[in-house]
Design a protein around this ligand. Structure first.
Ligand SMILES: Nc1ncnc2c1ncn2[C@@H]1O[C@H](COP(=O)(O)OP(=O)(O)OP(=O)(O)O)[C@@H](O)[C@H]1O
Length: 270
């Protein structure tokens, strides 16, 4: 279980994340939604320790993530794989090597410098690549692949880390609708098949609603919604997205729902 308690991050006078408290049980598929600048990326980056908290604690299975140093921190980063909008692959290296990079934390420094991958690591990487239909690109440079294919390479790299949690920061933001589905299906499969917790920042509300079993809505650094997708009313969604609402909420939601305005949903907590 991932537990955030009063997690706050300031950048100078800017409160990027403000007193966020969440409990995320193992095996969840949680979508973090909200408009640009709401604090979604900063939240995920603090879980992975790419950013430090200003205050508050993050615990995972009773480990204090903020206190991890050296080897323990490297092990946590392997256990808590991250997927990024821009894939973060090494473009000039072949696809198989990019996937094998996910094994670095489990490989000796000499072997990794010389890129002497163990046969079982290669077999594991190829098996995961087959699952995501990218094995045929093993010898190609990563930069020659389409965006959707590159994101599947990044997901395969994350999976060979043998993580217990995957943090995906806008993984579909650069993809067309078809590749969006392919990548989200891959994350859903990882969640169901391996029981890996997925915490995924998403700008698209439709996608978040169709894939996630729980949505966490952020606005100005705070959690303003936490509940099942079906409990997020169109009115609450519009409040969450403000002027961006027309981009993310379906056309029907553009008609103001006065009944919802009169009876604010209990799940909207601020
Ligand atoms: N390194 C930084 N230095 C200064 N301010 C930052 C830094 N990182 C984030 N911020 C600010 O913190 C706030 C939250 O940013 P964050 O990237 O977490 O939001 P977001 O919801 O992920 O937005 P987006 O969807 O556009 O990525 C923003 O106002 C942003 O400008």
């Amino acid at each position: 279980m991932l537990v955030l308690d009063g997690v706050t991050r300031r950048f100078g006078s800017k409160l990027a994340v403000d007193q966020v408290s969440l409990e995320i049980p193992a095996g969840s598929f949680v979508g973090v939604i909200g408009r640009s600048g709401a604090g979604k990326s900063t939240l995920l980056r603090m879980v992975n320790r790419l950013a430090d908290t200003t205050s508050g604690t993050i615990r995972y299975d009773n480990r204090d993530i903020g206190a991890l140093r050296g080897k323990a921190l490297r092990e946590w980063r392997a256990e808590c794989a991250m997927i990024f909008q821009q894939f973060n692959l090494v473009g000039r290296l072949d696809v198989l090597t990019n996937v094998l990079m996910g094994r670095l934390a489990k490989t000796s420094i000499t072997s990794s410098v010389l890129r002497l991958w163990a046969d079982e690591d290669k077999a594991m990487a190829l098996s995961v690549m087959e699952q995501f239909d990218i094995a045929q690109f093993a010898a190609q440079r990563a930069e020659q692949l389409s965006g959707g294919q590159q994101q599947r390479v990044a997901i395969a790299r994350a999976l060979v880390q043998e993580p217990s949690i995957i943090l995906a920061d806008e993984p579909i933001a650069s993809l067309d609708p078809r590749n969006t589905r392919v990548v989200m299906d891959a994350l859903a499969r990882i969640n169901k098949q391996y029981g890996i917790t997925v915490l995924c920042n998403l700008h698209s509300l439709d996608i978040a609603k169709s894939y996630c079993s729980r949505l966490v809505g952020m606005s100005a650094g705070r959690v303003v919604f936490d509940g099942a997708p079906e409990t997020l009313s169109d009115f609450a969604a519009r409040e969450l997205y403000g002027i961006e609402a027309h981009e993310v909420v379906g056309p029907a939601a553009n008609q103001i729902d006065f009944a919802a305005r009169a009876a604010r949903p209990a799940a909207v907590v601020a």
